[in-house]
Design a protein around this ligand. Structure first.
Ligand code: PMP
Length: 289
């Protein structure tokens, strides 16, 4: 496997980062996960734009333009001869001395991995996921801005541990006020009386690229949409529930805390969104060949 690292495509055995990199020492950095389908990177510009916004929000000056980062990403996929897969793009603060100050790091590092990913077993796309509510809360927006896709994922990892220990694959994370924020790596959507609902970004959700695609598709499919504060009550009483994310794509949720959502089976709206998402993903995007 060839990895793009600071301007060079190198063999994975040579793709190494310093132990003094603040990305490793402090989680000081930002990242993106992207998907490519049938030779095209899905929503490449949107992902790179979010990456640059994340970097800007943490005062990380990047020596590349967005166009360059798009090109490096395409180069990496091409170099690995893949047609379908997943891309991880990571930017770290770079190497510095010990000490928190980001000003100790002169140059950021970037690496790009093009590989494959399978987040959930196929059966869950057909039968739906059972999720739990975890005790780990999303940090308040005043502590860690939810729009920033930073290398600080410990909070999500602790939530994932809770899910796995409860025999579930995903956990619903609430914010400090008790409102639903999102899941550990996915945004959450509900269908109630024919209306599509999702939590506000300000309630602690990542401004997901797939989330934005679903909102676009709602308009195309003629499904009314509302972004609002949601509680577990809204999930328990919803007709349907599904999660979205670059890695997960669109996946139905059929129970929360062992209580059935709707009929306890993936619903009709979820199927429509799932189908429309795959059609879009397989027919649009930036060609890299
Ligand atoms: N929330 C979190 C915490 C995530 O890490 C992700 C990405 N895996 C998402 C939501 C979904 O965002 P996107 O659709 O942009 O992948």
């Amino acid at each position: 496997m060839k990895i793009w690292l600071d301007g060079n495509l190198v063999d994975e055995s040579e793709a190494k980062i310093s132990v003094f990199d603040h990305g490793l020492l402090y989680g000081d950095g930002v990242f993106e996960g992207l998907r490519f389908y049938s030779g095209r990177i899905f929503r490449l510009e949107e992902h790179v734009r979010r990456l640059f916004d994340s970097a800007r929000a943490i005062v990380l000056d990047l020596p590349w333009t967005q166009e360059e980062v798009c090109k490096f990403t395409c180069d990496t996929v091409r170099a690995n001869g893949l047609t379908n897969g997943y891309i991880r793009l990571v930017i770290t603060r770079g190497t510095g001395e010990l000490g928190l100050s980001p000003y100790l790091c002169k140059t950021p590092s970037m690496f790009i991995i093009a590989s494959t990913i399978k987040l959930y077993p196929e059966e869950h796309y057909t039968n739906g996921l059972s999720v739990i509510t975890c005790a780990t809360r999303r940090p308040a927006p005043g502590a860690l801005m939810p729009q920033v896709k930073s290398l600080n994922y410990l909070n999500n990892i602790m939530a994932k541990v809770e899910a796995i220990q409860a025999n579930a694959l995903e956990a619903v994370m609430l914010n400090e006020q008790g409102y639903v924020a999102e899941c550990t790596g996915d945004n959450l959507f509900l269908i109630k009386n024919g209306v599509l609902l999702t939590p506000l970004i300000s309630d602690g959700a990542l401004d997901g690229i797939t989330r934005a695609v679903i909102i676009e598709l709602a308009e195309k499919l003629g499904v009314p949409f509302q972004e609002k504060s949601l509680t577990r009550y809204d999930i328990f009483t919803a007709d349907e529930c599904f999660l979205t994310g670059t890695a997960a794509e669109v996946i139905p949720v059929v129970s929360l805390d062992r209580r059935k959502i709707g009929t306890g089976k993936p619903g009709e709206y979820t199927h429509r969104f799932l189908k429309a998402f795959h059609e879009l993903a397989n027919t649009t995007g930036t060609p890299f060949a």
